[in-house]
Design a binder for this molecule. Structure first.
Ligand SMILES: Cc1cc2nc3c(=O)[nH]c(=O)nc-3n(C[C@H](O)[C@H](O)[C@H](O)COP(=O)(O)O)c2cc1C
Length: 287
């Protein structure tokens, strides 16, 4: 799958989306949002910081401008939504659910770049409520996208499943900061931002593994720093049954296809007949 916010309007001219599993749209909010002050992205060693701030045309603007572009995609279409309250999540999901060409929802309760953006996914009770309200607004699958900026991710994942989620997407970006010491100022206009890319892969793997260990069998979408087919298989062994590619799309919009082409040889070389055999097989090293 291609991760929310990392696959823009022109990228579908570079990559044939008919060959990937799904596109997760950039998060849709109720009202249009201007986003955060510039600069909004900052390169760091092994990753990038972004402070986009969920800019976008709002719910009706998305339906008018973007839906006509994505409704013809030859892959599953997952809509990412964010509201200011649980009720707002329900309202957005209900409206989008009326569109014929939607396969699933990803509830973004984890954006670190907007005021109150991660409040939901840092509190189990709020997480459960948002998921429950969203689930009541659609008959399609609902995935809860969690933030890594918590001490006990499995507690949040459990709350999301109790709220009726069909699965968990983990993780969103790790809150970070870059400083320009000469200017004595933060590098990002939004001061702090979300770290993504290879730098966060170990954090994402650990969190996927913690959720899989605490909630065996829960459908898990692994996200964070995936660049190669090897990365994908690591996430599957840790417990993910699907993955999303994010920052790597900015390096090479064809990353997902490169990975798809590399997977069969990698599996055959290791004597693995079906990729599904790997899911959640991570066991402690024997002495
Ligand atoms: C520029 C940028 C914009 C993003 N926008 C969103 C967004 O709108 N909604 C969302 O849920 N995640 C958003 N993300 C987070 C990614 O979907 C993903 O969870 C995160 O970047 C970790 O994966 P990666 O290391 O493969 O990029 C964004 C990430 C980046 C780099």
């Amino acid at each position: 799958m291609l991760a929310s916010g990392t696959f823009g309007a022109l990228m579908d001219r570079v990559l044939d989306v008919g060959r990937v599993g799904a596109v997760v749209e950039k998060t849709i909010t109720l009202d249009p949002r201007p986003g955060n002050p510039y600069p909004r992205v900052w390169e760091t060693p092994s990753g990038m910081l972004n402070s986009i701030g969920l800019d976008g045309p709002g719910l009706e603007g998305w339906i008018r401008k973007r839906y006509p572009q994505v409704r013809g995609y030859g892959c599953r279409l997952v809509l990412s939504v964010a509201g200011r309250t649980a009720e707002e999540y329900g309202r957005i999901v209900r409206r989008l659910d009326a569109l014929p060409r939607v396969d699933a929802f990803e509830i973004n309760i984890s954006c670190p770049n907007v005021a109150h953006g991660t409040d939901f996914a840092t509190d189990p009770a709020l997480t459960e409520k948002v998921v429950r309200v969203s689930k009541a607004a659609t008959s399609r699958p609902v995935f809860a996208k969690l933030t890594p900026n918590v001490a006990r991710i499995a507690d949040i994942a459990r709350a999301a499943m109790e709220g009726g989620a069909d699965g968990i997407s983990a993780i969103n970006t790790v809150k970070g900061m870059a400083v320009d010491w000469r200017r004595r100022a933060p590098c990002l206009g939004g001061v702090t931002g979300g770290l993504s890319g290879p730098a966060i892969k170990p954090v994402a793997l650990r969190m996927v593994w913690e959720i899989a260990s605490a909630l065996p069998g829960v459908p898990l979408i692994g996200i964070g720093g995936i660049l190669t087919a090897e990365d994908v298989l690591e996430f599957m062994v840790a417990g993910a049954s699907a993955v999303q590619i994010g920052t790597a799309n900015f390096v090479d919009a064809g990353t997902a296809l490169r990975i798809l082409e590399a997977l069969p040889g990698l599996l055959a070389g290791a004597g693995v007949a079906r990729i599904g055999e790997l899911i959640g097989t991570c066991a402690p090293r024997s002495p």
